[in-house]
Design a protein around this ligand. Sequence first.
Ligand SMILES: Nc1ncnc2c1ncn2[C@@H]1O[C@H](COP(=O)(O)OP(=O)(O)OP(=O)(O)O)[C@@H](O)[C@H]1O
Length: 252
Amino acid sequence: MTAALQLSDLHKSYGKAQIIRGVDLAIKAGERHAIIGPNGAGKSTLFNLITRRMAPSAGHVALHGKDLNGLAPYEVTRMGLSRSFQISNVFHRLSVFENVRCALLWSMGYRYSFWNLMDRAPALTEAADAIIAQINLTKRREMAAGFLSYAEQRALEIGLTIAGGANVILLDEPTAGMSNTETDYIVELIRKVTEGKTLIVVEHDMRVVFNLADRISVLVYGQIVATGTPEEVRANPKVQEAYLGTAMAGGH
Ligand SMILES: Nc1ncnc2c1ncn2[C@@H]1O[C@H](COP(=O)(O)OP(=O)(O)OP(=O)(O)O)[C@@H](O)[C@H]1O
């Protein structure tokens, strides 16, 4: 079966600094895949290469078998790949509903100037409300996003990421800065909204990684040193070495 996402001998250098050094990875459709690794290992760079925010120095990324080389990021989005950012792209002054509707419009290729026109689009309202219900924010529908709690803002962020109906979702540290309770809440939410989709998540919290992921890849200095199920990765000596045993010890 064609992989949802296939990285082949992927390289990225900045001048003489080689940041991604020959990454090969096949992510299956419907898989939840976590990418972990020490700070500066190249995880965000890898995301930027996958989404075409950056062009690789060498190698290929293929989405559902189609080579992405030469495509613009928006073209990749249109092909069904969507990502969230470490820094939120929620509009704080807009309501929850307006934020979601905005993301839906973007995904359909409209510009913000069509805003009023879209007021008359019941189908759009219905679609926005369905997403708001999925991320458990129906009671906050009219609230300005800036007044939501941190966890709710991250939930909205996830809602915006899935709004376009993408079937490959990339989440960059979705639980960063959260308490344990908030983390558990967001993990459940991610599980729910990515059901049947392919998820690639960069995450530092090992509890989240081992809870959520079907498979894990460990990136160290721009190379994948291990890929496997949580059990396989936990038992891998190279991984234990990369983490000096510390982060893995808490990874239940
Ligand atoms: N535009 C750039 N020019 C030069 N070096 C860069 C650039 N962007 C990133 N780097 C370097 O590439 C390396 C990998 O960075 P990247 O942000 O991808 O790592 P990361 O694994 O996501 O780290 P973290 O876990 O801290 O977010 C770092 O050493 C960083 O300094």
